[in-house]
Design a protein around this ligand. Structure first.
Ligand code: ADP
Ligand code: MG
Length: 348
């Protein structure tokens, strides 16, 4: 579907390992004051002064986490950075640096890696993180990308998964489920394309969903927003594997239960209409679909007035006693036990 008519193909073997690293990394700029040394030595050197450093890593494997048939490499690079930056945001920290490690087979020409790094560069600019190192090696088959993100925070500002209390309100940013439905649309179009490569898909009705799948954004704005509202979450996590499984992490680590209300779930109108078209229940998609990179957090009930008018934030339920369990209350007022049916790469 995303095929270049006349792609230039420069073999990566031609450049050699060091030539390749130099070619891909020479344009990276250093902007963070905490970066003392970036790319070019045996290790980067950082100085966070009186702040705490937070670190998170992700590994993305072709065929398991992404499919290049509908994921352009530029988007993949962007999304790989976003997924990591999102984890830093979920600690209520500010992302500052990333490292980028890739294993690549000789099936990929230099131009493909340039696209991947164009996406990485774009995301690094957008999120103001310095690319400070990485590793580049060959793989026998497929592309593997590992990104590590670093961030900084005052010790007192860091929010863990473990701080939720009984009666705390459960809040989600943005809307959920769209990235999953975007993937369903792309999968369908990929099959149509395989049958007839001349069939150009008309994706106008799906633009928001596809963008959420191919070009998600991390909620770097939420830390500042909450600071402005003078609210500190009691616990927080990012929604990469689906609301249901993420809320269960909060519950488990905080030793509480939860109640989520179906009618409160924030769904985009496009999600609702495409779920109808696909004959899929939108609530199931909203609670089980992954890759939205929104934040899920809990706040003390006294803070409700401070957040209630904000269009970025939706209260979807509350925490309760651990012994009361974890439930979704449907529009018909039925109580359904929550299951961690989130997207799990190991189950594929
Ligand atoms: P080493 O032998 O210590 O592993 P390399 O020759 O692999 O060093 O890397 C040289 C420099 O380039 C290092 O600073 C390393 O962090 C950086 N680097 C290597 N690969 C990448 C990459 N894919 N992205 C960003 N930086 C990279
Ligand atoms: Mg190396």
């Amino acid at each position: 579907m995303i095929e270049d008519k006349n792609p230039q193909r420069t073999s990566i073997a031609q450049l050699g390992e060091f030539g390749l690293i130099d070619h891909l990394t020479k344009h990276f700029e250093i902007n963070q004051p905490s970066t003392l040394k970036g790319i070019g030595d045996d290790a980067a050197v950082l100085d966070f002064k009186d702040k705490k450093a937070v670190v998170s890593t992700d590994l993305l494997v072709e065929g398991v986490h992404f499919d290049l048939a509908y994921m352009p490499l530029k988007h993949l690079g962007y999304k790989a950075v976003v997924a990591n930056v999102s984890d830093i945001c979920a600690m209520n920290a500010k992302p500052t640096q990333i490292t980028v490690s890739i294993a690549v087979s000789n099936r990929f020409p230099l131009e493909a890696l340039e696209d991947l790094f164009a996406g990485i560069t774009h995301a690094a600019k957008e999120y103001n993180v310095d690319v400070i190192g990485g590793d580049t090696t060959s793989s026998q088959k497929g592309l593997i990308i590992s990104i590590t993100a670093l961030g900084e925070a005052n010790a007192a500002d860091i929010v863990y998964r473990s701080g939720a209390k009984e009666n705390d309100l459960l809040v989600v940013t943005g809307d959920i489920g769209a990235a999953y439905m975007g993937l369903q649309v792309l999968e369908r179009e990929k099959q149509v394309f395989q049958v007839n490569p001349n069939n150009q898909p008309d994706l106008d009705n799906y633009t928001y969903l596809i963008e959420r799948q191919l070009k998600p954004e991390a909620r770097k704005d939420i830390k500042d927003l909450l600071e402005k509202l003078e609210v500190k979450p009691t616990s927080m996590i990012d929604i990469s594997d689906g609301l249901s499984s993420e809320v269960m992490h909060l519950c488990k680590q905080s030793n509480v239960g939860c109640t989520i209300y179906e009618e409160k779930l924030p769904l985009d109108p496009q999600l609702i209409s495409v779920c109808e078209e696909f004959n899929i229940d939108s609530t199931t998609v909203a609670i089980n679909g992954g890759e939205d990179y929104e934040l899920l957090f809990t706040i003390a009930i006294e803070d409700f007035d401070k957040i209630k008018a904000n269009p970025n934030l939706t209260v979807i339920g509350h925490m309760n006693k651990e012994t009361e369990g974890k439930h979704l209350v449907t529009r018909a007022n039925q109580k359904i036990e929550l299951k961690a049916r989130g997207w799990n790469a190991l189950e594929e």
